[in-house]
Design a binder for this molecule. Structure first.
Ligand code: PBG
Length: 326
């Protein structure tokens, strides 16, 4: 592939001026590439800070306009909603997930009523914000039940879609959920609702601040290693993706982000399907602490986001989405 040699070939030539660097740049970043996660909380007129995530807040529904309106103005195509559920409402089955009047359902309705289809809404399908044990599925004698959990997740997905959710995002890592959810959506005339499968979700230490944000951290019994992937594995991610592609997913999420750029590339090369990256809460907090301590420059944020594009991601879920200037 080398087309010449020094001294006639000098790669620095094209780097000399800003215009020239722009001319040959291989990747770019715009607001269209970003998805903004938003945490919801009960109450009125609340914008509550989250200790482990500087500059990130939990919003009561009546305060959602401030953050969603800003996202629309910037051209961010989609928000991802996550609920902070009162401990009182949590039980071992995660029943609140199926309450048509839960925070997520009210959040979806509020945004759709006010903004119509000016912005997409994506919602997690998983039980962890609702269970008293903090797991994504049903827990019985120390085991997370797969097939029993599927029934609830399918109902949760259909409920969210009926409320107006555009993109159903199962992040639970149960086997077989994509096929079941697709079937149930279609049966309910929700054929146009998309599925974004968190097909490759690693059991990671980088989710800590998020669990704090949704209030599941202190409750979590044990770890999620029996359902989320072992981060030592790479080929296994292709097996996960191939199953979900066959079951009908529209897009694939790789999560966490930066430590898994190799996986994004591998999935993209192999499946030619939209691959999204999730720059998770631990990554966010890590970068933020560097910036707050002035060890890192603000430009470091863009550098991390471009790395996802370079690896092949179509877009990136990031808590920086509405904080950076592009
Ligand atoms: C729950 C869920 C998690 C995240 C998104 N959905 C945490 C977990 O699996 O424990 C993490 C997001 C982040 O850390 O930013 N299914």
């Amino acid at each position: 592939m080398i087309t010449g040699k020094y001294p006639s070939l000098r790669l620095r030539r094209s780097r000399k001026y800003a215009w020239s660097r722009r001319l040959v740049q291989e990747n770019s970043l715009s607001y269209s590439d970003l998805i903004l996660p938003i945490f919801l909380i009960e109450g009125k007129n609340k914008k509550e800070s989250i200790k482990s995530m500087p500059n990130i807040f939990r919003y009561s529904i009546d305060k959602l306009s401030s953050v969603v309106g800003k996202a629309i103005k910037k051209g961010i195509p989609m928000v991802a909603l996550f609920p902070y559920t009162n401990t009182k409402k949590k039980d071992e089955y995660g029943s609140e997930a199926l309450n048509p009047d839960n925070l997520i359902c009210r959040g979806i309705k509020f945004i759709k009523k006010k903004y119509k289809n000016k912005i997409g809404i994506m919602c997690d399908v998983a039980l962890d914000p609702y269970t008293s044990h903090g797991h994504d599925g049903l827990l019985k004698k120390g085991n997370i039940l797969n097939d029993e959990t599927l029934d609830i997740l399918t109902k949760q997905a259909v409920l969210q879609a009926k409320m107006g959710c555009d993109v159903i995002a199962p992040s639970d890592m149960m086997d077989g959920r994509i096929g079941k959810i697709r079937k149930a959506l279609d049966k309910n005339n929700l054929n146009d609702v998309q599925i974004l499968s968190y097909a490759v979700k690693f059991s990671s230490s980088f989710y800590g601040p998020f669990r704090d944000a949704v209030g599941s951290k202190k409750l979590l019994k044990g770890d999620k290693k029996t359902y989320q992937m072992d981060f030592r594995n790479s080929d296994e991610s292709l097996r996960e993706v191939s199953l979900d592609v066959k079951e009908g997913t529209d897009m694939i999420m790789v999560k966490p982000g930066m430590p898994y750029l190799d996986i994004i590339k591998k999935v993209k090369d192999k499946f030619k399907i939209p691959v999204l990256a999730y720059q998770v809460s631990g990554e966010y907090s890590l970068i933020m602490s560097g910036i707050n301590k002035k060890i890192l420059d603000k430009a470091s944020i863009k550098e991390t986001l471009i790395s996802f594009k370079r690896a092949g991601a179509s877009s990136i879920v990031t808590y920086f989405a509405d904080q950076i200037d592009l």
